[in-house]
Design a protein around this ligand. Structure first.
Ligand code: SF4
Ligand code: SF4
Length: 446
């Protein structure tokens, strides 16, 4: 396909404000705008975090749209193949995709084991291509581009001229009826709880994202283009306690309790890929002040949480320590590496953590076993609050003002050409009520 056609596709994706919908939030147009040859376009259908059901539902319900769009991206980028990688256990999604894929000789399905964290780009790329991405590197260094399933769906919409206005979200945990629904971006979390019949406990913690890598959120927080799930946890649930840890206490605990057993390193998925990340050494370095020797390792941490949620016998958190190190080093502009591609550990296969073991360890069996209803169609809400910045890069500049009436899909804010970021569109029709870091729209019968 000529370069002008790829550019036209990239422009449509950029105009629609498509970003990584799996949680990454990287502007998709920039991912595709590269001079590095792409051999494989990988669609991440691992749905890495337990309890979430968005990508499984999309693959089961929209196989034709997803495959046709993947074929367009493969042709436009000049890739040799497009691969949808999904867990073997997603039987409905697999059957739906398998029923259509023969129409596309350049596309294939890749079945993944049910282990955590299978959706990590490094692990996924290795599983699909057999090549490792250098530590701290990008899939492009292994000739691949990785897109989430819902991102691909949003590209499909973008190619039809539809901007990103809605988001699929799973609402689960301690709620009456777990549900996956398509809601306007900017919908408050309280509306999602109502969709799920409300919490079944009085005191609860709300997690945005999955149980392992989510973030604590509030009832008035808005759904963004990257919100994949809302999990309601009883406040006295062990996982809720985990989410409320204090880093200073963690460091004191690490000094007193860490016995350097190396379990965290033995199970670390990045270490098992051969990356020079050894969380037990990070713990030792931090507690004994050997910062300069070991800390840059912390930048290689994916924050998957296996070390603290699963491996450590004392429930210590190398992840939190790594997170703090990353924040400090990134603020100082420290760039790690470059490292060469690595060789995975021979123990890797045997040390992968089955999701069911993780679920059991996290005390989430009850929620994991419950069916999640899929709500057809779009959910309607009366008011939305859209944060201007919902992606990596700069926040877009508003092109509307308070008092303006906007139709659903109208442009609210745009990024300058070639500036990393993503445009923002009205997710409901209504009047702009406020405009600062967020844009509030009061709707009328959208
Ligand atoms: S698993 Fe826990 S105790 Fe063992 S080395 Fe890691 S942090 Fe220390
Ligand atoms: S969170 Fe822990 S297990 Fe996961 S990559 Fe970081 S150090 Fe390794």
């Amino acid at each position: 396909m000529p370069a002008s056609e790829l550019n036209a596709i990239i422009n449509k994706i950029a105009s629609a404000g498509v970003v990584g919908a799996g949680g990454g939030g990287f502007p998709t147009a920039f991912k595709l705008k590269t001079n590095t040859p792409i051999q494989t376009v990988i669609i991440n259908g691992a749905e890495c975090e337990p309890l979430l059901k968005v990508d499984q539902e999309l693959m089961a319900r929209c196989p034709a749209e997803l495959l046709a769009t993947l074929a367009v991206i493969v042709a436009a980028t000049g890739a040799q193949t497009g691969v949808i990688a999904l867990k073997e256990k997603y039987r409905e999604a697999h059957a739906a995709l398998a029923g259509e894929i023969n129409n596309y000789p350049e596309l294939k399905l890749h079945l993944l084991p049910d282990v955590y964290p299978m959706g990590d780009e490094h692990l996924l790329t290795y599983s699909v291509t057999g090549k490792t991405i250098p530590p701290g590197g990008l899939p492009l260094q292994a000739g691949a581009v990785v897109l989430n399933v819902e991102t691909l769906y949003n590209i499909h919409q973008a190619l039809e001229g539809q901007p990103v206005t809605h988001k699929y979200v799973t609402v689960t945990g301690a709620v009456r009826q777990p549900v996956t629904a398509r809601v306007p971006v900017g919908t408050p979390v309280r509306e999602l709880l109502a969709l799920a019949g409300g919490p079944v406990v009085e005191d609860y913690l709300l997690i945005a994202g999955g149980p392992c890598m989510g973030k604590v959120t509030g009832i008035n927080a808005p759904v963004t283009k990257t919100t994949k799930g809302i999990i309601v946890l009883p406040l006295d649930h062990p996982l809720a306690t985990n989410y409320q840890r204090d880093l200073n206490r963690e460091l004191k605990l690490a000094l007193k309790v860490c016995c350097q057993c190396m379990q965290c390193t033995d199970f670390c998925p990045r270490n098992l890929l051969g990356h020079p990340l050894e969380p037990h050494r990070v713990m030792r370095a931090v507690t004994y002040g050997l910062a300069d020797i070991t800390l840059p390792q912390g930048l290689l941490c994916s924050e998957c949480g296996l070390c603290d949620l699963y491996a450590c016998p004392f429930n210590l958190s190398p992840r939190q320590v790594n997170r703090k190190i990353k924040a400090e080093l990134q603020q100082k502009g420290f760039r790690p590496g470059p490292w060469a591609a690595t060789t995975p550990s021979p123990f890797r296969e045997g040390r992968q953590v089955p999701t069911k073991n993780l679920i059991s360890r996290l005390g989430l069996k009850e929620y994991y076993a419950r069916p999640v209803t899929f709500r057809e169609g779009n959910i309607t809400v009366n008011q939305v609050r859209l944060p201007l910045k919902q992606s990596a890069g700069a926040a877009p500049q508003p092109v509307v003002k308070v008092g303006d009436w906007v139709e659903r899909g109208a442009l609210l804010a745009r990024t300058a050409d070639d500036t990393l970021g993503a445009s923002l569109h009205a997710s409901i029709s209504g009047t702009i009520m406020a405009l600062n870091h967020d844009i509030v729209i009061q709707g009328g019968g959208d």
